[in-house]
Design a binder for this molecule. Structure first.
Ligand code: ADP
Ligand code: NI
Length: 222
């Protein structure tokens, strides 16, 4: 397949995904996709991964998300159908479906990505969950769910029932400990690890300042 038809497919994907995710407020809006795609291309260049596969998989990675579909099978089928009508080659279709089904929702979590392109796109998605952007997305998600940003009187998770945790436990601050601060050590590529280090430090500084303000410690000398 030549460069021109690949670019035409990528352009068609951008338009479709933008339209599909335009109104999403759960953290999978079009601009998340745009950032992940940009990062995936940068990482791919450094890793000498297939740029076209990385870009196409990044563009499509959240379309099949369970939160946005009746089931994960339905979500994956939607992507598969789109790839066929766009005349993506059988080989690339299989590769892209493998990436998306492994990385994009809880079913695949924990399973290592089987190709370099998969590792690149997964890193790009994880990088968007940390740093300043990650902090912003976490608070936006909490607002969308109607949750508190922080509750210093929260009992340890083991002492809460599932219902209690759902209604009051899942604060934005809690999410840092459950997920965000762990992502740095889960990066696949060296380039992503370096970016993650800096974003991780930024989150630690944020938390430090957050607790200072929470307890008015920054006014201690006033
Ligand atoms: P993705 O698959 O793109 O990484 P997720 O569906 O896991 O996205 O989450 C979307 C955004 O919402 C991410 O920034 C994530 O950190 C945030 N998020 C997910 N679950 C929670 C939660 N329980 N509390 C706060 N933020 C959350
Ligand atoms: Ni994503």
């Amino acid at each position: 397949m030549n460069e021109t038809s690949r670019e035409a497919i990528l352009e068609q994907a951008r338009q479709w995904v933008r339209k599909e995710l335009e109104r999403d407020s759960s953290g999978h809006d079009w601009w998340h996709i745009a950032r992940v795609t940009k990062m995936a291309k940068r990482l791919a260049a450094g890793e000498e991964a297939d740029l076209y596969v990385c870009e196409l998989a990044a563009l499509l990675h959240d379309i099949a998300d369970e939160k946005l579909n009746p089931s994960k099978e339905a979500g994956l089928q939607k992507v598969e159908t789109w790839l066929e009508q766009a005349r993506v080659t059988q080989e690339d279709r299989t590769h892209i479906m493998d990436i998306i089904s492994t990385m994009s929702f809880s079913g695949g979590q924990g399973k290592p990505m089987s190709t370099l392109e998969g590792r690149v796109v997964q890193d790009a998605d994880r990088l968007d969950a940390i740093g300043a952007i990650g902090i912003g997305r976490t608070f936006a998600y909490g607002g969308w769910k109607g949750r508190l940003m922080h509750n210093p009187e929260l009992p340890p998770r083991e002492q809460m029932t599932v219902e209690q945790y759902r209604s009051e436990g899942g604060t934005a601050i809690n999410h840092f400990y459950e997920k965000l601060l762990k992502l740095k050590d889960l990066m696949n590529t060296n380039a992503a690890r370096a970016v993650a280090e800096e974003r991780h430090r930024y989150m630690e500084l944020f938390l430090e300042q957050f607790y200072r303000e929470w307890d008015a410690e920054d006014a201690a000398d006033v």
